[in-house]
Ligand binder design. Sequence first.
Ligand code: GLU
Length: 429
Amino acid sequence: MSAHPNLPSYLNPADLGPWATFLEQVDRVLPHLGRLSVWADTLRRPKRALIVDVPIHMDDGTVRHFEGYRVQHNVSRGPGKGGVRYHPGVTLSEVMALAGWMTVKNAALNLPYGGAKGGIRVDPKQLSMSELERITRRYTSEIGIIIGPERDIPAPDVNTNERIMAWMMDTYSMNVGSTSTGVVTGKPLSLGGSLGRRDATGRGCFVVTREAMQRMGMEMKGARVAIQGFGNVGNAAARVFHDNGARIVAIQDAAGSIYRPDGIDPQALTAFLARRPGATLLDYPGVERISNDQFWEVDCEVMLPAALENQITAENAGRIRAKLVVEGANGPTTPQAEDILLARGTIILPDVLANAGGVTVSYFEWVQNASSFFWTEADINARLDRALSEAFRAIWDLAQERKLPLRTAAFVIACTRVLEARELRGLYP
Ligand code: GLU
């Protein structure tokens, strides 16, 4: 018997992964939803989950089959929306959780979307460029039966990027017989992409941190920031924090962890890595190497996990010294770790707010595609700043008023919107 009521039979109760975290977060919000809590199972059951076989010709002439997924967790407020992840650890339950967080994130920002996510269980670093193109095109064709600019709009996530979005857009367009730029976001600029999209998630992490620091009476200038992950999110966040006077004192990625109390210049580090193919963080001169364990103990004001799920656990949460944990990744903190952090007075800016900058500018991209009218970067960044600051204020104020953790407050606002839409639409037939 599973500890979770209403668990769909297609999930293995012993291996729920991040879906267990999502279910726990849903349980924590239900007492605050009033009569809408009767619709709780809407959140506990994804609307639609598509599993596809993705066979491709490898360069050596063999054929290999990969597992692909696209989950539409909810579409009550609009089309599905969320990224596609390429990672060897991708599972159905992980994609379900990521799709669920997109539902909450999109509603927290009041974007006119439901929530969706996709993934392929593959290590893209083991693929050649042409294998990567073939797997992307076959996967896109397979999920083509449920995506579209008015149905479900994919975007980049872990290990996917603008080039992959270009192939997805082209494949979908070829299949429907006309160019459809609005079917994916995070595209290259020359294919209907938006200015500001690439850095939007990292920029958003900065905006919500700035707002929290203002309320907490903390100074951005000289603030020490530790970042886990130096991919799309961590890299952009490091640059924006650095440009605004904060000090990036520690960075961890798959290669290991580095530390420099005076601050690491993220632009210089990025240039160093670009110049030397094969080099890692650990080759960067002038920094101290620390263990991945020591990374969590670094003396800092802001801890920014921007990698994968389940990184802050009951095991390391007690050692985090930061006042603020800013979730650039989706689901980086387990519910047990969250309890430990909250008990110590640490403020957690939850993923559904902290990393919502990416999907917010994805929304701007989709609107620009629909109107074929493109905005300036300054305009996009200003709108992003406003959208996140306003969402932050609503969540912060509700948390203060009802004495709730910020995550629960964000879920209250978002789930109220989702379940109100659910109730008003009614059940068909
Ligand atoms: N993958 C990003 C996220 O988790 C962006 C999704 C999007 O732009 O649709 O929020």
